[in-house]
Design a protein around this ligand. Structure first.
Ligand code: TRP
Length: 344
C-alpha cells in the first residue's frame, strides 16, 4: 500500500434523537481512536435528507450530534468535528463517484433494499446513491480506517470497490501525473463487536432505533433518570433467571440484549456480568441495570445539555472543523479533477 496517513473518518446522520445504540456502538468507541489516528468525525446531514427531514429538527439534530461528540470527549482542537454540508468537496466527489460506481453494485446494497422493499418508485434518487456519497465522505480525506457497525460493512466494501476502480481506470493518468499507483487507499473498517450492537428493548431481534413502534423500545441520550429506569423496567424479558454462562443466552435475544447493554455500560465482558448475576431473575437484574445506565449516561447527558445551551459554541466548533476539513479535502479534489481531465 502506498504511504497514507493513518486517518479515520466516521459519521452519524442527524435523522432523529440520539439513542443508546448510537452512543455505545459509535460515539463512545470513537474516543480512544484519537490516540492512534488523525480523526474526522462528521455530522452527515446530506445523508439524512435522503429521506424527508423537518428543517428545524434537522438543524437541532445536527447540533445535538456535534454536542454528543464533544460531550463524549472528542477533542475538536487535536481532531476535527465537522458538518458534512459545510464542506462542498463531499458533494463534488460524491457526484464523481456516482459516475464510477456501477448500477449493479448499488443495486446489491442490502440496506437500500431493506429500506425500500418492493416500493423503490417513491424513494429518492439520493437514497439509492447514498453509499457513493459515503465513499466520498471517506475518500475525500483519503481516510485509511472507518469505525462502523456491522450494518455498514457492505458500504465499506463498496468504498473499496470505488477506490479500486478509480485507481485502475486512471492508472495511466496517475502515472503520467506522477501520482503513484494508488491514489485512493483501500479503506479498512474497524467493526464493533456484537456487544456494541444494541437492540430494541421490546424486540431483541431488531436494532434499537428511533423508528421503533413503541416509545419504550429506545433509550435516548437526553432521557432523564426516570425515563431510563421506566424503559428498562418495562423492557421485554422471559421468565427464566439469568444463566451463568454466555451460551445460556443463545435463543434468548431479549435477555442477551440486556446483559450486553450492562456489559457495555460497565465495560466488562459478558462473562463477568453473568458471573455476578447468573441464577438471579430480572427482578434483581433490571434495577441494577437501570442504576448503571443512569449513572453512566447522566454525566454525558449533562455535558450535552451544557453544549446545547450554548449553540453558538457548537457552531464555532463546526465552522473551524469545516475550514480544517477543507484544507485536507481541497487538494485531494483538485488532484481528482486533474486526473479526470477537468479544465482548471
Ligand atoms: N451510513 C452511515 C450510517 O448510516 C453514516 C455515514 C455516512 C458514515 N457517511 C459515513 C459512516 C462515512 C462512516 C463513514 O450509519
Amino acid at each position: 500500500m502506498a504511504d497514507f496517513t493513518p486517518r479515520i473518518f466516521s459519521g452519524i446522520k442527524p435523522s432523529g434523537d440520539l439513542h443508546l445504540g448510537n452512543y455505545l456502538g459509535a460515539i463512545r468507541r470513537f474516543v480512544p481512536l484519537q490516540n492512534d489516528y488523525a480523526c474526522i468525525f462528521g455530522v452527515v446531514d446530506m445523508h439524512a435528507i435522503t429521506v424527508w427531514q423537518d428543517p428545524a429538527d434537522l438543524k437541532r439534530g445536527t447540533l445535538e450530534i456535534a454536542a454528543a461528540y464533544l460531550a463524549a470527549g472528542i477533542d475538536p482542537k487535536k481532531h476535527i468535528v465537522m458538518n458534512q454540508s459545510q464542506v462542498h468537496e463531499h458533494a463534488e466527489l460524491g457526484w464523481i463517484f456516482s459516475c464510477i460506481a456501477r448500477m449493479g453494485w448499488m443495486s446489491r446494497m442490502t440496506q437500500y433494499k431493506d429500506k425500500v422493499g418492493k416500493d423503490a418508485e417513491k424513494h429518492s434518487l439520493g437514497l439509492f446513491a447514498y453509499p457513493a456519497l459515503m465513499a466520498a465522505d471517506i475518500l475525500v480525506y483519503k481516510a485509511t480506517h472507518v469505525p462502523v457497525g456491522e450494518d455498514q460493512k457492505q458500504h465499506l466494501e463498496l468504498t473499496r470497490d470505488i477506490a479500486g476502480k478509480f485507481n485502475h481506470d486512471f492508472a495511466a493518468r496517475l502515472k503520467e501525473l506522477g501520482l503513484g499507483e494508488e491514489f485512493f487507499p483501500l479503506t479498512e473498517p474497524i467493526i464493533a463487536g456484537p456487544a456494541t450492537r444494541v437492540m430494541s428493548l421490546k424486540d431483541g431481534k431488531r436494532k434499537m432505533s428511533k423508528s421503533e413502534p413503541s416509545e419504550l423500545s429506545t433509550i435516548y441520550l437526553m432521557d432523564d433518570a426516570d425515563a431510563i429506569a421506566k424503559k428498562i423496567k418495562k423492557a421485554k424479558t422471559d421468565p427464566e433467571p439469568l444463566p451463568s454462562e454466555a451460551k445460556g443466552l443463545d435463543d434468548r435475544p431479549e435477555a442477551k440484549n440486556l446483559v450486553e447493554i450492562y456489559a457495555a455500560l460497565a465495560e466488562k465482558p459478558v462473562e463477568a456480568v453473568l458471573a455476578e448475576f447468573g441464577g438471579q431473575g430480572f427482578g434483581a437484574f433490571k434495577p441494577a441495570l437501570a442504576d448503571l445506565a443512569v449513572e453512566t449516561l447522566a454525566p454525558m447527558a449533562g455535558e450535552m445539555r451544557r453544549w446545547m445551551d450554548d449553540k453558538g459554541a457548537i457552531e464555532a466548533v463546526l465552522r473551524d472543523g469545516a475550514e480544517r476539513s477543507r484544507a485536507i479535502a481541497e487538494p485531494v479534489l483538485q488532484d481528482v479533477k486533474r486526473i479526470i481531465g477537468f479544465v482548471s
